[in-house]
Design a protein around this ligand. Structure first.
Ligand SMILES: Cc1ncc(COP(=O)(O)O)c(C=O)c1O
Length: 419
């Protein structure tokens, strides 16, 4: 083969991120290629959460709302996330789920473009995005959804042309994913945002598959709103607080439709009527899940030490290596991820009619990827804890599962609840 396992060991020895692997608790015998779904557990998380439980909650009780900064967690955590997505201080609020935040920012964006009644959404987006757009359109009334793309067009990367056709003077807002959850295709944030804004509409980016995977610069792109999760590449833990971004220029006019007391200007005045807090804080709603913020902040301690350009360089080296190895070992496998590195996030996906049993058989060999309809096997490459040798081992394991057809075993055919 063009590259040997020994070559991969040599690349690992020179990897500037190699020591970060020690920061993560990774089970022996597992090659974890699902950092694009649920990031691995940072070793420091357990101690940090234990401190929050035992000391802040157990000993200091409700004083911790003041002394441990619990009240400010949505903003303080948002400010720590901001550098990872090219936002400024006071532009990001951590909390709720991505789905809830889509509702909040979409419902805030639409009234900023009065007279325009169309929301552009992509059919191939992660379904919750489209579902929530439907919910917003119903809740606000008299909005039309204009879908771009279709499942197979997405796999052909035809988004650009579809967007050109969809943009006209009726469009109020556009919601797109920066990195496609199935194909791993990376969209040109600067160019798309510029086109959407030139059409007079507002641009909302879903960063679920890009924050922590690729450098993101919302300010440079002049994006209007964004949302994302923290449980994937950012290793915040299952169901970790998500986040929303509201560009500073929109903050005074943007209204939070779920106007709860945590977003009130003076929550402890207990006024009977709502008055929004200044800035992004108005997008807070109710009491934050403090234990979950604690886990996320443990991971952000690691992210604060990391240079995203180094992460990006390693991510591309890992995904390119995987693609090259599979090209050599199983040239028949249909790659649906762009070969062009500038258009690739941090995952590699292949289409295979029996993709589901293949990923199950592979998991039994210790290589964990996952499956998404239609027929997509996804392999995520989290540069903080994956080694070149892991890429080598997982590519050879995948080729072996296909060569030996071990996926045909009956036990791999049955769908689990979470695929
Ligand atoms: C693009 C995208 N948006 C949203 C979500 C999930 O939303 P939530 O965090 O509300 O479960 C995912 C989950 O994988 C996703 O890939």
């Amino acid at each position: 083969m063009a590259i040997s396992r020994a070559d991969c060991h040599a690349l690992d020895a020179e990897d500037p991120l190699r020591d970060l692997r020690e920061e993560f608790s990774l089970p022996d015998g597992i090659t974890y290629l699902l950092g694009n779904s649920l990031g691995a557990l940072p070793r420091r998380t357990a101690a940090k959460v234990a401190h929050t439980v035992e000391t802040e909650w157990g000993r200091d009780l409700s004083a911790s709302w003041n002394t441990a900064g619990w009240w400010d967690l949505p903003q303080s955590t948002g400010d720590r996330l901001a550098p990872l997505i090219g936002a400024g201080p006071g532009e990001v609020l951590a909390g709720d789920s991505t789905s809830t935040n889509i509702f909040k920012v979409m419902a805030a964006a639409l009234p900023l473009r009065p007279g325009r009644r169309v929301i552009v959404s992509e059919l191939e987006n992660f379904p919750t995005d489209r579902y929530v757009v439907e919910g917003v359109a119903k809740a606000l009334g008299a909005y039309e959804i204009r879908d771009v793309g279709s499942l197979d067009e997405a796999l052909d990367m035809a988004l650009d042309e579809a967007l050109d056709e969809a943009l006209d003077g009726d469009v109020a807002a556009v919601l797109l994913s920066h990195v496609d959850y199935r194909t791993g295709a990376l969209r040109d944030m600067d160019a798309i945002t510029a086109r959407v804004r030139a059409a007079g509409a507002l641009m909302i980016w879903d960063l679920c598959h890009s924050a922590g995977a690729v450098p993101v610069d919302l300010r440079a792109a002049d994006a209007d709103f964004a949302i994302g999760c923290t449980y994937k590449y950012l290793n915040g833990g299952p169901g970790a607080p998500a986040y929303l971004y509201v560009a500073e220029r929109h903050q005074d006019a943007a209204h939070n439709v779920i106007s709860g007391w945590h977003g009130h200007a003076a929550p402890f005045a207990f006024e009977p009527y709502y008055r929004p807090a200044d800035g992004v804080r108005r997008f807070a709603t109710g009491s934050p899940p403090v234990l979950a913020y604690s886990a996320l902040n443990a991971s952000l301690d690691i992210w604060e030490t990391v240079d995203m350009s180094v992460v990006r360089a390693k991510s591309l080296a890992l995904t390119t290596l995987f693609i090259d190895l599979i090209d050599e070992l199983r040239p028949d496998l249909a790659l649906v991820t762009p070969r062009d590195p500038d258009r690739r996030g941090s995952q590699v996906s292949y289409r295979h009619a029996d993709g589901y049993p293949v990923v199950r058989a592979l998991a039994d060999r210790g290589v964990v990827g996952d499956y998404r309809e239609p027929g997509i096997m996804r392999f995520g490459f989290a540069p903080l804890y994956l080694r070149y040798v892991d890429v080598y081992d997982s590519a050879t394991a995948l080729a072996e599962v296909l060569d030996k057809e071990s996926w045909r075993d009956e036990r791999y055919q049955q769908r689990l609840t979470v695929t």
